[in-house]
Design a protein around this ligand. Structure first.
Ligand code: FES
Length: 120
């Protein structure tokens, strides 16, 4: 499987990403909380640049003991949102939050020394 250079690891700060193009493949490579994640940059909705949208923590409801609604807050899961129409994806799995049966194609990331590669 061909590998495509992404970046030097030392150049990536937490939350950074790079978009890598290799032939017909366009891949978003994220660095978050010490891990690398790589997904197809083609949104499952209409082919938008899914990996180029904002990173945001999930929103969770705050419920009282009697299950009445208190409000909302941010959770620990990190999502990224396609900039075209807002489809959100789970950073760790590539699953579409609105329909977990849908997901972006996942790619493997390899680190050699200070260099990061994605396996296309
Ligand atoms: S193309 Fe991504 S949300 Fe529509």
């Amino acid at each position: 499987m061909p590998e495509c250079f992404v970046a030097k690891a030392s150049e990536l700060k937490d939350g950074d990403r790079r978009i890598v193009v290799s032939g017909p493949h366009e891949v978003g490579v994220f660095f978050k909380d010490g891990d690398y994640y790589a997904y197809s940059n083609y949104c499952v909705h209409a082919g938008g640049p899914a990996c180029e949208g904002i990173l945001v923590n999930n929103v969770v409801d705050i419920l009282n003991g009697d299950q009445t609604y208190e409000g909302q807050t941010f959770g620990d899961a990190v999502h990224f949102a396609c900039p075209w129409h807002g489809y959100e994806y789970d950073l760790k799995t590539g699953e579409c939050i609105g329909d977990r049966k849908l997901r972006l194609r996942k790619y493997n990331v390899v680190k050699r020394g200070d260099e990061i590669f994605v396996v296309i």
